[in-house]
Design a protein. Structure first.
Length: 259
């Protein structure tokens, strides 16, 4: 699965390769138009590279959800606003009951509200344990729903602003939290299609560099690029074959100057 532990450096040739790949995207065919032909992102690529689920529910009709689930979704929408001003540590390591002048619900503020905010490491005395502020929803009824909301917003269906938490994922998060399988692979595949379309719109409008891709999408695209174009790929990591590890992990921390 794509996660913070999976990092493909976006520097040098990797950045150029990524920008070139994005520039070759066709909004008409939803594929990459190369000089020799075309290729596209497929559901098979998503399954192999990310191990996201292909089984489960794929359509969420709010009217068909149980009353309890709909109530949870409404509660999450209310908490979305409240999470802007949750407890926080300042950069100086001072505990505050609420963040100041928050304008949006960022992924960070959501985590602080549903989990913990750790004291900045640089403000901790040597040998001392890091203090933390527990969020108001930490280990409460919607604790796991909050986790899945973060997971879906960051890794599967990132929206704008890139560092913001999307309310659109709340129904899916509720289903996952109560153990119902959800078809995430097709949802993830549709997301880079949309993002690449938007990149092309910005290319046409600005005639310059565009940085709209999220971490999840840029990591996925680089892994896709390395899988299909081995002449420019770095040397992959080697680990025993396993049904647990995704193919994308072999590119973790690797870099190449080929382009």
């Amino acid at each position: 699965m794509l996660s913070r532990r999976l990092s493909i450096p976006r520097q040098g040739a990797a950045n150029r390769n990524l920008e070139f790949t994005c520039s070759c995207w066709s909004t008409d065919t939803h594929s990459f138009a190369w000089s020799w032909g075309e290729s596209g992102l497929s559901l098979e690529d998503v399954l192999i590279l990310t191990h996201l689920s292909l089984h489960g529910g794929n359509i969420v009709d709010l009217a068909k959800l149980p009353r309890e689930d709909r109530d949870d979704i409404e509660t999450l929408r209310a908490l979305h606003k409240q999470a802007q001003n949750g407890p926080i540590f300042t950069v100086q390591g001072v505990r505050k009951a609420a963040a100041a002048n928050a304008k949006k619900t960022s992924l960070g503020s959501w985590l602080r509200y549903f989990f913990k905010d750790l004291q900045p490491a640089r403000t901790v005395a040597p040998g001392s344990a890091r203090d933390f502020v527990a969020g108001p929803q930490y280990k409460q009824q919607l604790y796991m729903v909050g986790f899945f909301s973060y997971f879906l917003s960051y890794y599967v269906l990132p929206d704008y602003p890139i560092d913001g938490l999307s309310q659109a994922v709340f129904p899916l998060a509720v289903l996952l939290a109560r153990g119902q399988p959800v078809t995430l692979a097709p949802l993830f595949l549709g997301s880079p299609y949309l993002q690449l379309d938007l990149v092309q719109v910005d290319y046409a409008r600005s005639l310059g560099r565009c940085d709209h891709l999220s971490m999840a999408h840029s990591t996925f695209l680089l892994a896709y690029f390395f899988e299909h174009f081995r002449t420019v790929a770095p040397v992959p990591l080697v680990f025993p074959a396993s049904g647990v590890r995704s193919r994308a992990e072999q590119w973790h921390g690797t870099s190449s100057e080929a382009s």
